[in-house]
Design a protein around this ligand. Structure first.
Ligand SMILES: [Zn+2]
Length: 208
């Protein structure tokens, strides 16, 4: 079935970038860059606990914009479409399963599954699965969008450390080669260029 996109080529979208929901929350739409930009700034001033970002719809995807409002880089946050059956499982009562949103905005499905461990014990663990309309039911270990580890290893201390590292990594640093993120006692050195990290999502020194 052909699904028409809700947005139009060249359209600016002011989207909610924090907190992230299962669905893309679009606050404002406009074909005028200045209009969209000022709307985005006003929304950010008006809300303390919600942040908004500007994107442009181009080639059927959301893009970050440059200072002239042209598409610059592919946005981590997209208009993800979750398949209905997974949404139903998420909202159903008494299921050991839920739709979780990755730090990068990518939604995936976590379900409690039983398996037999190496030493023959029966164990349960949370298995992440893809749940998008176009890509569903795949077992995944890392986020297909940002590569963060999605597997929570309750038993292994080593893996716990990795998971903590991933959740504390700033959004701007996901997938960036400059990311350092080592804790030196009182200070965390985020990277050599921006020792305290970068506030917004679009770090000018992002290097994949
Ligand atoms: Zn992700």
């Amino acid at each position: 079935m052909w699904m028409r996109s809700l947005f139009h080529e060249g359209e600016y979208l002011v989207i909610q970038s924090y907190p992230r929901e299962h669905k893309l929350m679009v606050e404002h739409r406009s074909f005028d860059y200045e209009n969209a930009k000022s709307h985005c700034e006003l929304e950010n001033l008006a809300h303390d606990y919600t942040s908004f970002s500007l994107r442009i719809f181009h080639d059927e995807q959301l893009w970050n914009v440059d200072y002239e409002g042209k598409p610059q880089s592919l946005s981590k946050q997209q208009d993800w479409r979750i398949a209905q059956e997974y949404l139903e499982a998420h909202y159903a009562m008494h299921t050991d399963a839920e739709v979780v949103v990755c730090q990068c905005s990518y939604p995936y499905f976590l379900s409690l599954t039983s398996h037999i461990s190496n030493n023959g014990e029966s164990m349960t663990s949370w298995q992440p699965l893809t749940c998008l309309v176009r890509d569903l039911g795949r077992d995944i270990q890392t986020c297909p969008n940002c590569n963060a580890s999605l597997v929570r290893a309750d038993e292994s201390e080593d893996d716990d450390f990795d998971f903590d590292d991933q959740v504390s990594r700033p959004i701007a640093c996901i997938g960036c080669a400059n990311y350092h993120g080592v804790d030196y006692g009182d200070n965390v050195l985020v990277c050599g260029i921006h020792p305290n990290g970068w506030d917004s999502e679009n770090c000018p020194d992002y290097h994949p």
